[in-house]
Design a protein around this ligand. Structure first.
Ligand code: SIN
Ligand code: FE2
Length: 193
């Protein structure tokens, strides 16, 4: 957990984020089971994580526009690389940044990030906006979870023996963030291939 690690990148991140979402707007995707997620998502990078009735996958194109996802901004890449290096994962070169938008009440149930081929690379997760309770468990869904409060600028990195740990986000509490408004944005950087 790198508290406040993203703060020095703040303005660049927010400006870059604005550009991305004008090209690839947030959308609430459906799980293979047909459930519509409460979290709205988009991506940047050479692949994006998508889910629909056919399953989960990394797609080089945005299915909404059939165009490539917006490129990963240099500030995103630098932040992810520096955060990973800080805890011992040197040379982290993510191809994907999944961008999650939580409004009050939105949540993410416990899951593993296991659609990536290279499980040697960590996941780097950056929180912006309203605080959230991040649940971090073990290798089984039923394992006890630890609760971490993630605030604007916090970065969480998990890898190595924790790479496939179950994790999720509790329903977002209502509030108003001075920079980001009534929402939480989470960036997760992944090496997909
Ligand atoms: C995720 O697991 O992809 C998102 C985690 C978060 O929003 O903090
Ligand atoms: Fe995840």
């Amino acid at each position: 957990m790198l508290r406040g690690f993203a703060l020095s990148f703040g303005d660049d991140l927010i400006a870059a984020l604005r550009d991305i979402v004008t090209q690839a707007p947030f959308r609430r995707m459906h799980t293979p089971g047909g459930h519509q997620m409460s979290v709205a998502m988009t991506n940047c990078g050479s692949f994006g994580w998508v889910t629909d009735r056919t399953g989960y996958r990394y797609d080089p194109n945005d299915p909404e526009t059939a165009k490539p996802w917006p490129p990963m901004p240099p500030s995103f890449r630098a932040l992810a690389g520096q955060a990973a290096a800080e805890i011992g994962f040197g040379g982290f070169a993510p191809e994907v940044c999944l961008i999650n938008r939580y409004v009050p009440g939105a949540r993410m149930s416990l899951h593993q990030d296991k659609d990536e081929l290279d499980l040697g690379a960590p996941i780097v997760s950056v929180s912006l906006g309203l605080p959230a309770i991040f649940l971090f468990g073990g290798m089984k869904r039923s394992d006890k979870t630890q609760r971490f409060r993630l605030e604007h600028g916090d970065v969480a990195v998990w890898g190595g023996p924790a790479r496939l740990a179950f994790h999720g986000v509790a329903p977002l509490a209502d509030g108003e963030h001075p920079l980001m408004g009534r929402q939480r944005i989470n960036l997760t950087f992944r090496k997909a291939r």
